[in-house]
Design a protein around this ligand. Structure first.
Ligand code: P6P
Length: 346
């Protein structure tokens, strides 16, 4: 990430919208061409559209599974999944800055038609509605996105190799949490900022500046139902959390769990299980973007072999990974348990 040449102070005495923040941030980079600005604004528009439907999902017939369709990972597609996917793809065509997308809901990459003669240099990966099994029970869900510069020549179509980059190559990453309020959190490698949607003006407004994750926390987040199927080192750590009287908080929507941990501190783990021996969560559009954000806020993200998530070399679009992510002191503590109890060579 190139260093900015100037740092324009963000006003503290008035509303700062997402658009203003993005444009101001772009001005800090001499070489900025406005491309990334256009992309981030497209995502902001998509988030508002998805938010509108998520908020009334119970009122109109778009809850429930999309007539039994399943996505790449075999998860039953919820109608809102499909809607969110379509809206993100539509909005990412607006600025002409995105040449292709990869989505949890699509088996393969999807090329985005150019706008006029514009050559676009970015690809976007996303999980359009993470935690969507919670929709019908009115529990918060989220959109996760990651933006990369393409490798391939802008004179030709994007290829899957443009997507198989390590998380360290992310130009930007973020999530939208459709919860008690709707909040968009993102980073471009210069810290983490969050914008809460003000429905009265239809704008995302800066609400959390330069977010920093607490070094420690009193909550751990894991699906305790799989305890007996976890490896010894994970069971020992979970026992330790219980001995420390840590609270267990697990929403079943990774965006919600990670957002809580960003604010309150804590640790989220999805280790290997019999059903998902390589972990359940997808590296490219769940683990990497959330790891980028958490690291930018001062946290850590590793897999159960102690490899830094952002350094993992992707081999295919929908590959899965184990993950341990959150407050740095808690991740370090779990690392010590893995080093002590792991039966596998690390
Ligand atoms: P489990 C939602 O399906 C998701 O991808 C994440 O948002 C969430 O953290 C995880 O899976 C929940 O998985 O196996 O605990 O139900």
């Amino acid at each position: 990430m190139k260093k900015p040449t100037t740092t324009t102070p963000i006003p503290t005495n008035r509303i700062v919208t997402l658009d203003e923040f993005i444009i101001r941030s772009e001005k800090d980079f001499d070489y900025a061409t406005g491309e990334l600005t256009g992309l981030l604004r497209d995502i902001g528009v998509a988030a508002k559209i998805v938010n509108r439907e998520v908020n009334k999902a119970g009122l109109v017939n778009i809850t429930g599974a999309a007539d039994g369709a399943a996505n790449t990972s075999g998860d039953t597609q919820q109608k809102l999944d499909v809607y969110a996917n379509e809206k993100l793809i539509e909005c990412l065509q607006n600025s002409g800055e995105c040449c292709a997308i990869a989505s949890e809901e699509n088996d393969d990459i999807q090329l985005i038609p150019p706008v006029g003669s514009k050559k676009s240099h970015y690809v976007v990966m996303f999980d359009p509605l993470d935690g969507s099994s919670n929709i019908d029970v009115n529990v918060s869900v989220g959109t996760i996105f990651a933006i990369y510069r393409r490798h391939s020549s802008a004179d030709g179509p994007a290829t899957v190799d443009d997507f198989l980059q390590t998380g360290l190559k992310q130009v930007a990453a973020g999530y939208v949490l459709y919860g008690t309020s709707t909040i968009l959190v993102y980073t471009t490698g210069r810290g983490v900022n969050a914008f809460t949607l003000d429905p009265s003006i239809g704008e995302f407004c800066l609400s959390h500046r330069n977010m920093r994750i607490p070094n420690n926390g009193k909550f751990y987040s894991v699906n305790q139902g799989y305890y007996s199927k976890f490896d010894l080192e994970m069971r020992r750590y979970i026992d330790h959390c219980s001995d420390q009287n840590y609270g267990l908080r697990y929403i079943g929507s990774m965006v919600s769990d990670i957002h809580r941990i960003l604010i309150q501190g804590g640790i989220f783990l999805y280790p290997s299980t019999r059903k998902y021996p390589k972990g359940k969560l997808r590296l490219l559009y769940e683990c990497n973007p959330l790891a980028f954000i958490v690291e930018q806020a001062g946290g850590k993200a590793i897999n159960s072999q102690l490899r830094r998530i952002l350094e993992l070399e992707p081999k295919e679009l929908h590959q899965r990974s184990t993950i341990v992510i959150g407050s740095p002191d808690m991740v370090d503590e779990l690392q010590a348990f893995i080093e002590r109890y792991s039966a596998l060579p690390l």
